[in-house]
Design a binder for this molecule. Structure first.
Ligand code: ADP
Ligand code: MG
Length: 210
């Protein structure tokens, strides 16, 4: 699987989900390449911290930008079971390149109106990418979903209506476990004590896209 995690908005959980999914796949015994396509290099910094903390990351990480994402992913894909691309934020060059080689795009969206409006632009990029990458699947999920209130439901309704994207009803709640685990170079699956809701949500997401 070549999975891109992308959105033109920052702070929506792209890196959080990219690293947690990478580690979950590695825990299945798969050989994973994590491509850090964001100039902020958060996934790379996370991987460095993880390597320091655990002795080894359990996956391979590279930092790539723009067109190199396409050429390198095409070249490296036979060597790995899966490639996960954290495709950055405002730098749409990297996101566009990722969309030309990905099989699946995962778009995390927070249940907030500004975030939802931005998804229309992502849908445009997906439409463009499909001209050369016909089979591209594009899934939208809620990340940082609220524990209560109507916002999740209203957001889900709005997101379901965006043409060309599939809304997946496997939301990830706003849970401290994500930043807490990341601060020690870990995925939520590796944390003690374990936040079982976070672990379950991540597993449900992975099986929905795998
Ligand atoms: N499901 C979640 N619950 C709680 N905090 C989250 C969740 N997802 C992301 N975060 C936090 O939100 C912030 C932005 O997430 P990040 O993954 O860096 O977003 P992006 O890569 O899209 O900019 C980080 O501090 C991260 O720990
Ligand atoms: Mg990021």
């Amino acid at each position: 699987m070549i999975l891109a995690v992308g959105n033109i908005k920052g702070g929506v959980g792209k890196t959080t989900l990219a690293v947690n999914l990478t580690i979950a796949l590695a825990q299945q015994g798969r050989d994973i390449l994590l491509v850090d396509g964001d100039e902020q290099r958060t996934a790379t910094t996370f991987t460095e911290l993880r390597t320091e903390q655990l002795g080894q990351a359990g996956y391979t990480a590279v930092s790539l930008h723009g067109a190199a994402i396409r050429t390198q992913v095409m070249q490296l894909s036979p060597k790995y079971s899966d490639i996960v691309i954290d495709s950055g934020g405002r730098d749409t060059g990297s996101l566009r390149a990722a969309l030309t080689v990905a099989e699946t795009l995962l778009i995390p969206v927070q249940p907030r109106s500004f975030d939802i409006w931005a998804v229309d632009q992502v849908a445009e990029l997906v439409k463009e990418a499909r001209e050369i990458n016909e089979g591209l699947r594009a899934f939208v999920i809620l990340n940082g979903a609220d524990a209560q209130g109507r916002d999740n439901e209203e957001s889900a309704e709005a997101l379901s209506e965006i043409e060309g994207l599939e809304f997946l009803p496997v939301s990830i709640g706003r849970r401290k476990a994500f930043p807490n685990a990341a601060a020690t170079g870990r995925a939520v699956t590796e944390q003690t004590p374990k936040d079982s809701k976070a672990v379950e949500e991540l597993a449900a997401l992975l099986s929905a896209i795998q």
